[in-house]
Design a protein around this ligand. Structure first.
Ligand SMILES: *[C@@H]1O[C@H](CO)[C@@H](O)[C@H](O)[C@H]1NC(C)=O
Length: 417
C-alpha cells in the first residue's frame, strides 16, 4: 500500500511538473508601441496602389499615434494623387520573431473602405530562406467593406488540410472557395492545383469579425494560437464583451473555449510543423493590388471607376481605413508550477520585482498579475531568446527560377483573383 502511494505520488509529481500554462511575455501597447516594430518602406509585394512610408514621415502626416488609451495607425486621407502613385500608408513588422505562442489582439476599429486590403499576419524569411520557406499565417485579412475576416496559411509544398472538417474542427463560415468550380481551398501550398496563384488555405471567420459591423459593435478580440507541440494553429474571434474571463484575466486556457473559428493541423502526416519558422508579426493596409484590385468591381459595384482611380482621387473615402488597437499581448507556455509558487522564493531582488517589468506597459494591471508578468518575462527571456537559426541546406524558395517572395514579399506577378 505504502509503495503504491509512493508510486502514485511520483506519478502525480511528474504530472504536475508537466502542466503548461500560457503566461504573458510581451504587452505591445501604450506610448512605446512603435518601438517594437520596423517600418517597411519597399514596394508592395502585392502590387498595391500604396506607398509605405517611413516612421518619421508617418508621424509627420499624423498616420500614427500611441498613448495609454491605444494605438492608431491610419492612411493618408488628405491627398489627391491624380493618375500616378500610391496612397500613403504603413506596414510594420515586429522586431522580434517567434516560433510559437499565443497572440491576443484587441481592437475597437479595423480599416475598412472600398479599395482597401488590411491584414494582421505573420511570416518568416531571411536572406537564405525566401518566402514561403518559413511560411505565412494570415490571422486576419479582409478587403473592401466586407464584414468578416479570413484566416489563411501560405506554405511551400506538402501542407494539405483536407482532413480538417468545417463545423467540427472549426466553426465560422467555412473554407474559402478554390478556383475550380465548387472546390475548397484546403491546400496551403502557394502553387496548389485548383487554387488561385498563392491563394493558400483559407477559413472564413464569422460575420461581424471585420468591416463596418465590427467597428459599429465596438470591435473585439482575436486570439491566434500557434502550438508546434500539440500540432495546430487555432484562431478565435470574440466580439467585444464576449471574451472568456480567463483571457480577460491574462491567464488564458484556450481548451476551455470550445471550437475555434479557424483550425489548421500541423500533424506530420498532413503539414509538418517545420512549414512555419521565425515568423514576425505584421500590420499593413494596402490598396487594390493582387487581391483588392481584382475584386473591386464585384464588391463595390456602385463605384463606377477603377480601383486605382478611386484610391488615388477620393482621399476622404479612406477616413475609416485605420486600426485602433487596445492590446497586443504575446503569451508563451510556462510550467504552471512556477506560476503557483510564491514569487519571493524565486526573486533575488524582491523590492525591484514590485515595479512593473520593462515589458509591462499596462500600469493599470492588477498587482498580482504584475508579479506574474515580472516572473514569467524573466523566465522566458532566459529560456528562449529570439534567435534566427540559419539551417543551411534547406530549400530556400519554391522554384529556382522565381526570385522567391510572391504575394507578400516579392516581385513576381500573382493573380489572387
Ligand atoms: C482623416 O481620418 C481621420 C481618422 O478617421 C479623421 O479624424 C480626419 O478627420 C480625416 N481627415 C480628413 C481630411 O478627412
Amino acid at each position: 500500500m505504502e509503495r503504491h502511494l509512493a508510486v502514485l505520488a511520483l506519478l502525480l509529481r511528474g504530472a504536475v511538473a508537466q502542466i503548461l500554462r500560457y503566461a504573458p511575455v510581451e504587452r505591445l501597447v501604450g506610448p512605446e508601441f512603435f518601438q517594437h516594430w520596423n517600418f517597411y518602406t519597399g514596394p508592395d509585394p502585392t502590387h498595391g496602389t500604396v506607398e509605405f512610408v517611413s516612421e518619421p514621415e508617418a508621424w509627420n502626416r499624423k498616420l500614427l499615434s500611441a498613448s495609454s488609451l491605444g494605438v492608431f495607425m491610419g492612411v493618408d486621407n488628405a491627398t489627391k494623387l491624380g493618375s500616378e502613385g500610391g496612397r500613403k500608408a504603413v506596414r510594420i513588422e515586429s522586431k522580434n520573431s517567434y516560433n510559437g505562442g499565443m497572440f491576443v489582439l484587441t481592437l475597437d476599429h479595423v480599416p475598412t473602405a472600398c479599395g482597401a486590403w488590411p491584414a494582421f499576419w505573420m511570416f518568416g524569411d531571411d536572406a537564405q530562406h525566401a518566402w514561403p520557406r518559413w511560411g505565412e499565417y494570415d490571422i486576419l485579412e479582409s478587403i473592401h467593406v466586407q464584414d468578416y475576416a479570413t484566416t489563411t496559411l501560405h506554405t511551400r509544398a506538402s501542407c494539405d488540410q483536407r482532413e480538417v472538417n468545417n463545423g467540427i474542427d472549426f466553426v465560422g463560415q467555412g473554407w474559402a472557395a478554390g478556383s475550380a468550380g465548387t472546390n475548397k481551398a484546403k491546400n496551403c501550398w502557394v502553387k496548389a492545383p485548383q487554387e488561385y496563384d498563392n491563394q493558400g488555405c483559407g477559413q472564413k471567420l464569422p460575420e461581424g469579425s471585420f468591416g463596418p459591423s465590427f467597428n459599429k459593435n465596438q470591435g473585439g478580440t482575436f486570439v491566434a494560437e500557434w502550438d508546434k507541440v500539440r500540432k495546430f494553429m487555432r484562431t478565435w474571434f470574440f466580439p467585444a464583451g464576449k471574451e472568456p474571463i480567463d483571457l480577460v484575466a491574462s491567464a488564458p486556457q484556450p481548451d476551455m473555449w470550445g471550437t475555434p473559428n479557424s483550425f489548421f493541423t500541423l500533424n506530420e502526416r498532413w503539414c509538418t510543423a517545420d512549414h512555419f519558422k521565425n515568423m514576425r508579426i505584421v500590420f499593413d493596409t494596402t490598396f487594390c493590388g493582387d487581391y483588392a484590385g481584382s475584386t473591386f468591381k464585384a464588391m463595390c459595384p456602385w463605384l463606377k471607376t477603377s480601383c486605382e482611380d478611386y484610391v488615388r482621387n477620393n482621399p476622404s473615402a479612406f477616413s475609416d481605413a485605420f486600426w485602433s488597437i487596445q492590446k497586443l499581448d504575446v503569451y508563451q507556455k510556462v510550467d504552471a508550477a512556477t506560476l503557483a509558487v510564491p514569487h519571493r522564493a524565486f526573486n533575488p531582488n524582491p523590492t525591484r520585482s514590485l515595479e512593473p517589468s520593462s515589458m509591462l506597459r499596462d500600469r493599470r494591471a492588477p498587482p498580482l498579475l504584475s508579479l506574474q508578468f515580472a516572473f514569467s518575462c524573466r523566465g522566458l527571456k532566459a529560456a528562449a531568446p529570439v534567435v534566427v537559426v540559419d539551417d543551411a541546406g534547406e530549400t530556400t524558395s519554391e522554384s529556382p527560377s522565381s526570385n522567391g517572395r510572391l504575394r507578400r514579399m516579392g516581385s513576381t506577378t500573382t493573380n489572387c483573383a
